[in-house]
Design a protein around this ligand. Structure first.
Ligand SMILES: [Zn+2]
Length: 323
């Protein structure tokens, strides 16, 4: 059993610990029009390699960068970072949510046509690079719109034909149940799907309900305290484990190593004007989930055995289908 990484297939046994949702960069359409746009690629590579080497020292053999197609996905950059850091990078095909993605041409396509595009990338690689995605990204926004449901259907159809895992974005932790239902209707395999971003749920119950349907669930924005506190996340993770959902749980951070943008690419609600440097610098290091957050879990009775299942076994099963 293998998963495709940007530098080629990786055997399930060689993955090590895996963080299932991290980013090298996220880049928004239009940022290149800013007169001050002048990305320092060597600097982004250096920062990324530094972060990944620190992960490697903690037993991480691979990360998934589920950047959707239209948010600056850059396989050649990932390949360089992977080769220099020694950590495998698994990247995605697949569109984002309607509010921030899905190029207009593709809004006019049906689910089969979108699936055909995803499959062409999975089998032949991205454009002329030859670099192949190893997962499919799927997303819903606040409302799970008809267009988003069509794109979810495409992801499931492409999964059914390729055997590639699906990793999702949910907005405010909503509509994981809709995602599961659309995937199921279109031939998706729940055991190879992770419903992401459940960090903003107020309690463990709705996450447990998703896990009970057989998919993985992601508490995958650890450290982003503006969305939820890590203490709240740790309480929920401990409760999910006590409730018998350990085998369906993935932890990650949704971190960014760097940004090509001249200015902070996301609206920041605090109204404070940050430079890109400050924005990136304010994020927790990518090791945070394995160090400080793991300690919070241990304080709540989570064992090292539990953590190995979550960081090693679950991503392996999600990404490769191996037991
Ligand atoms: Zn993300």
């Amino acid at each position: 059993m293998q998963v495709m990484s940007v530098t080629g297939p990786v055997d399930a046994a060689n993955l090590g610990r895996v963080l299932v949702h991290e980013h090298i960069t996220i880049d928004l359409p239009g940022q290149e029009l800013d007169p001050s746009y002048a990305p320092d690629i060597p600097e982004i590579v250096a920062r990324s390699v530094d972060q990944l080497q620190k992960l490697r020292d903690l037993g991480v053999g691979a990360i998934v960068d589920p950047c959707p197609v239209e948010l600056g996905r850059d396989p050649e950059l990932y390949a360089e970072v992977s080769e220099k850091s020694g950590v495998k990078i698994i990247f995605a095909t697949g569109f984002y949510m309607e509010a921030m993605g899905i190029p207009f041409y593709w809004r006019a396509r049906d689910a089969d046509e979108i699936a055909e595009f995803y499959l062409s990338e999975i089998h032949d690689g991205v454009g002329s690079t030859g670099l192949k995605p190893g997962i499919i990204k799927a997303a819903t926004g606040l409302d799970a719109t008809p267009l988003e449901r069509r794109v979810l259907a495409a992801a499931a159809k492409a999964q059914a034909q390729s055997g590639v895992a699906i990793i999702t974005h949910t907005e405010n932790s909503r509509h994981g149940d809709v995602q599961q239902a659309v995937f199921a209707e279109n031939g998706g395999d729940p055991s190879r799907i992770m419903i992401g971003h459940q960090d903003e749920q107020k309690s463990a119950a709705p996450i447990a309900a998703l896990a009970a349907n057989g998919t993985f669930v992601g508490i995958d924005r650890v450290g982003l305290e503006s969305l939820a506190s890590d203490d709240h996340r740790a309480d929920i993770v401990a409760e999910l484990i006590r409730g018998g959902h350990r085998e369906n749980l993935c932890l990650s951070q949704d971190c960014m190593c760097g940004s090509k943008a001249a200015k902070v690419p996301f609206a920041i609600s605090t109204g404070v004007k940050l430079t890109v440097e400050q924005f990136i610098g304010n994020m927790k290091p990518m090791t945070h989930v394995l160090t400080d957050f793991a300690d919070k879990l241990r304080e709540r009775g989570v064992t090292d055995d539990d953590l190995e299942v979550i960081f090693r076994d679950n991503p392996r099963r999600l990404l490769t289908g191996a037991e």
